[in-house]
Design a protein. Structure first.
Length: 243
């Protein structure tokens, strides 16, 4: 570390350059999670299906994607993404690098979210599903109106944790030419020859974002535990009164 290289960080242009990369990082994270949630929900319900022709392909997808490195998926879409979509959008179609990164991150995140959603559904008491079916609700209605609203509240902390993971994984999209936060930092230190100082700044930015999200996730988790405990106590009180 050289003391004379820290003065450059007083330049607003340097921080605007970091800011552009941070915007790309946050956009990649949010878009990837938003796109992967409905896919993860579909595969989670598929894994819980009683029909084997639905359950087995859903299980194969989730287990196969989770076993692959995120970097491999990102590089694959960065190289082959355009050719995959040319039969749909035409021979001249070129997949933007941003969306190649989003596809790689979303594919992996959807498999992880599928397991989170499935675990959240399985944590609910089976009696609620049985009571809903006894009242005449169909399986889709039971999932939509009874099971998923409760399960999603329990899954919020885990989803926040996955968002934190996705933010860190966005550092891999620089391999396909996306100018995220880390790639912007790399551009700076190749010009000013101060990698340690620049990487310290980048690491601090990542730390602040992930720390805030982890604290928010912890508060949501404590809130979920408190709500669940209140529900349990209410059920016990009603049982005691009935007895």
């Amino acid at each position: 570390m050289r003391p004379d290289t820290w003065g450059m960080f007083a330049d607003p242009a340097i921080w605007r350059f970091f800011g552009d990369g941070l915007v790309q990082t946050l956009a990649l994270s949010v878009v990837s999670v938003v796109l992967s949630f409905p896919v993860g929900l579909a595969f989670a319900l598929g894994r819980l299906s009683s029909r084997r022709w639905i359950r087995w392909p859903a299980t194969a997808y989730v287990e196969a994607i989770r076993a692959l490195p995120v970097l491999l998926l990102i590089v694959y879409f960065g190289i082959k993404g355009s050719s995959l979509f040319r039969p749909i959008f035409g021979a001249d179609f070129e997949l933007p690098r941003f969306w190649a990164g989003v596809l790689g991150l979303s594919l992996y995140t959807s498999a992880v979210l599928a397991e989170i959603i499935r675990a959240g559904i399985l944590t609910l008491p089976r009696g609620q599903t049985e009571a809903s079916r006894a009242l005449g609700l169909s399986y889709p209605q039971t999932m939509r109106f009874v099971v998923l609203p409760q399960a999603l509240r329990l899954m919020v902390p885990a989803m926040m944790g996955q968002l934190t993971t996705v933010i860190k994984d966005t550092s891999l999209v620089g391999t396909i030419g996306v100018f995220d936060l880390l790639r912007q930092g790399r551009t700076i230190y190749t010009q000013f020859f101060n990698p340690i100082e620049v990487l310290l700044i980048v690491a601090t930015i990542y730390f602040v974002i992930c720390f805030v999200l982890s604290q928010l996730s912890r508060r949501l988790e404590l809130g979920s535990v408190t709500r669940e405990a209140k529900i349990r106590m209410t059920e016990l009180e009603l049982r005691d009164q009935a007895a």
